[in-house]
Design a protein around this ligand. Structure first.
Ligand code: ADP
Length: 270
């Protein structure tokens, strides 16, 4: 059975690759997600083949690429920054502005979105892993807790260890030392989440918090992140239905709005 897909958006992230197909009204009609592989171009080919198969159309679906590796999506009509695409995706979902926090695998962003969906300001951390999903992923590995459970394990206690290291590598040594001193996994995990959230909140303060506070990116699926962000900012946090797909959905909406053909040569960044 084919799906009604009129345009595609692909988000080539540092950790995962996401592709979204939208129908003529811009609704999310189809998606596919996988861990980012070492050969981006081959992976993009495979994703596009899946999209064509799902749509039952051999070609001519307009495509916008976003994300860290968007430069390698040669089939894209246009390449657009994650900032713009996340703002588009989130505005489509909520139909209002506010402050968006996007936490991905290797970077995090805070985006101020105006009442009409325009980007008014942003801050980005792509230099330090300590403010990203990678920080928690590495820690989870040391603590032998599956990634999908780290949030609920962190929330299962009120005890919290203060993680003093400001760098992922040193934090790993600190975790190893805490384990060696018999400290339980739960308060360590809670402290690690707190450390990440404090970094994010510092970025939120730089951009300025305009309610509501919204959360996107793969890390938004971690319940402790949402809860602790609410605690630290004393603001309610709202989540879209598919937080990890917001960038790809925004890209697909741009492809739909612009109606470019995949045969048109890719132009510069926006
Ligand atoms: P990017 O776009 O930078 O590749 P994503 O937005 O796809 O990143 O987010 C990937 C990150 O999301 C990974 O670091 C992973 O740790 C985290 N993540 C994905 N699913 C979950 C989950 N269920 N619980 C906690 N973290 C998750």
């Amino acid at each position: 059975m084919t799906v009604d897909i009129c345009a595609l958006g692909i988000d080539v992230g540092s950790t995962t690759v996401k592709i979204v197909g939208v129908d003529a009204a811009g609704n999310l009609a189809w998606h596919f997600l996988d861990q980012a592989g070492p050969r981006v171009e081959d992976q993009v080919d495979e994703f596009l083949a899946r999209a064509r198969q799902a749509a039952g159309k051999p070609d001519n679906l307009p495509l916008v690429a976003t994300g860290y590796g968007r430069g390698l999506v040669h089939q894209a009509t246009r390449k657009v920054t994650e900032i713009t695409c996340h703002a588009r995706g989130i505005y489509r979902e909520f139909q209002h502005g506010g402050t968006l926090v996007d936490i991905g695998g290797q970077d995090s962003k805070v985006i101020g979105i105006g009442p009409k969906g325009d980007v008014v300001d942003f801050a980005m951390n792509d230099k330090c892993a300590a403010g990203t999903g990678r920080f928690l992923e590495n820690s989870a590995r040391h603590l032998r807790v599956p990634l999908e459970r780290i949030g609920s394990v962190a929330l299962s206690t009120t005890e919290e260890v203060v993680i003093s290291s400001t760098c992922t590598v040193f934090a790993e040594s600190e975790i190893i030392s805490l384990i060696a001193h018999g400290v339980a996994v739960e308060p360590i995990l809670r402290g690690l989440h707190r450390s990440l959230i404090k970094r994010i909140v510092a970025m939120v303060r730089t951009v300025g918090l305009v309610s509501p506070l919204m959360l996107s990116g793969g890390v938004a699926q971690n319940p402790a992140i949402c809860r602790m962000l609410e605690e630290e900012t004393e603001s309610k946090v709202i989540l879209p239905r598919e937080p990890q797909l917001m960038g790809a959905h925004g890209a697909a909406l741009m492809a739909l709005g612009m109606g470019w053909s995949v045969l048109t040569p890719a132009s510069g960044e926006t």
